[in-house]
Design a protein around this ligand. Sequence first.
Ligand code: ASP
Length: 352
Amino acid sequence: MRNIIYGVLLMISLSVNALAKPHIVILATGGTIAGEAKSELATTGYKAGSIAIDTLINAVPEMKEIANISGEQIANIDSSNMSDEIWLKLYGRLSELMEDSSVDGVVITHGTDTMEESAYFLSLVLDAKKPIVLTGAMRPASAMSADGAKNLYNALALAASKEARSRGVMVAINDRIFSPRDVTKTHTLNIDTFKSPNSGEIGYIIDGKAVFNTLSQVSPKAAFKKAAFNIKGLKSLPKVDIVYTYSNDGSKVAIEAFLGAGSKGIIVAGSGAGSIHQNQKDYLIQLLKDKKLVVVKSSRVGSGIVPLSSEEVAQGFISANNLNPQKARVLLMLSLTKTKDIKEIQKYFNMY
Ligand code: ASP
């Protein structure tokens, strides 16, 4: 009899405990965090996106102590192959999860190559009422001293934490927390690769606890909770491409090709403070005059604002502000779902 009572009490306390834990959904998209190599020493030449989400979850049993977890496989790719199609799929599923009252937060496992683009995209299109934390790894799961398990644990701890509420989309990797707008990958192989060159990280995860920098609370660009762009029902996104400026360049070949392939907008990864080779620029000015394209000046430098002269404003160029070319591309794609008005688009670049 006593054993039965103990048994019942234990079951009640286990289920109360389970109820008390936040429910976090992990959406897996692949990447090195789900990558496997033949040798423990290999950190290159492996296949990203080969391990399924349940295996990743089971590899970090500590996570179950802090949350009730369910995993879903959205894709299993190397993130260099990320596509609009997967973005729209992620957007659709995340929109549902934001409305699902049984869910407290979401973690997205993602390759590190294009994580910054996906994070920024999601931050602009979702009403992120709950924390959405992207994470990944630089070393494959099979590597000696792999970083994936800790990153996954930290991302989950962040998504489940009170501190993360109302902070929307974030990137958590290598013990740091970043805003989706400012974060970028800065090293090809090192695990300390993610930085926010213009603003720094917004916080840290120390022993599984999220600690935010005080300043990040006042940065209007740190996180978007309300969707800046409504893409509900869209089956595709406007095509925007990036043209690089470099010494002895100045040809219009790439621009012509992009235009011919249906580009609606061009981001120029200019040199220095956004300078464009004059030959290339003359062609762009002509296209702007003919209203063939929207053109955003950004910089290949990696940090800092791109200013526009009054002449350039009159010619119709838009400044990317301090967004890097790949992020400027995301914002221009979304801007073009709303308007072609250059002044309006410039406002988005100043605001988001
Ligand atoms: N190429 C990999 C990817 O982005 C790199 C990584 O995940 O670290 O999927």
